[in-house]
Design a protein around this ligand. Structure first.
Ligand SMILES: C[S@@+](CC[C@H](N)C(=O)[O-])C[C@H]1O[C@@H](n2cnc3c(N)ncnc32)[C@H](O)[C@@H]1O
Length: 206
């Protein structure tokens, strides 16, 4: 299968965390995001680009006993750090997944919500990644992207560009919220009814 290359800079991976957890919690970032997304026990969630697991541990707390959470990342050393953290903090119910820059490698129909926090601009092959993410979503599945409204080379994604790139693979935006005074925004997309053939995907221009 041939996917179009992305026509914009891709930010390099530089860290397993965005900002500090204390600073993010000062603005109740995760709590507000989970409230807006209606995260409640029984929902199956993937934390994509989980890094140090800012969202993973807060999702586990919210979803409680019997939670289904996938914490996915392309970096094995970051996944090893996260595994150690989860053990240390006694967090259960998390399956770690080693993905690739073009494939999150999640099981079919395994999640109701895929959360991509401060990582979209680092995905090297976004069209292929989004195409391969789709089968992992349940029919009512959603993709939630948290990012800064900055150029991708500065570790953000302008919301118009994000909507265009997800739209090119059939994802439809259904919600948008500025997270101020926390950093960035939350953009939510519905699972595509149908996906275009890879060769038919129209890449977005900057
Ligand atoms: C800045 S960190 C953010 C970590 C965490 N989501 C947070 O909000 O603190 C970005 C993470 O995304 C991961 N990443 C980058 N490209 C990825 C890809 N294509 N698939 C999965 N993870 C990726 C990096 O390895 C890194 O752990």
């Amino acid at each position: 299968m041939r996917f179009p290359p992305v026509d914009r800079p891709v930010a390099p991976i530089i860290s397993p965390a965005y900002s500090t957890e204390a600073e993010r919690d000062r603005h109740r970032e995760a709590e507000r995001v989970m409230n807006r997304l209606g995260v409640t026990p029984g929902m199956r969630v993937a934390d994509i680009g989980a890094g140090d697991g800012y969202y993973t541990v807060r999702l586990a707390k919210r979803l409680g006993h019997g939670a289904t959470i996938y914490a996915e990342d392309v970096s094995q050393p970051y996944l090893d750090r996260l595994a150690a953290r989860l053990t240390h903090e006694g967090v259960a119910g998390v399956t770690l997944v080693h993905g690739t820059p073009a494939d999150p490698r999640l099981p079919e129909q395994s999640v109701d919500l895929a959360l991509l926090a401060h990582m979209y601009h680092e995905i090297e092959h976004p069209y292929e990644f989004l195409y391969r993410l789709r089968p992992a979503l349940s029919p009512s599945g959603r993709v939630a992207v948290i990012d800064n409204d900055k150029p991708t080379r500065e570790h953000g994604t302008p919301p118009v560009l994000l909507r265009c790139e997800l739209g090119a693979v059939g994802y439809r935006q259904i919600d948008f919220l500025s997270l101020a005074p926390a950093d960035g925004y939350l953009a939510v997309f519905a699972r595509p009814e149908v996906v275009p053939r890879p060769e038919a995907i129209q890449p977005c221009r900057r």
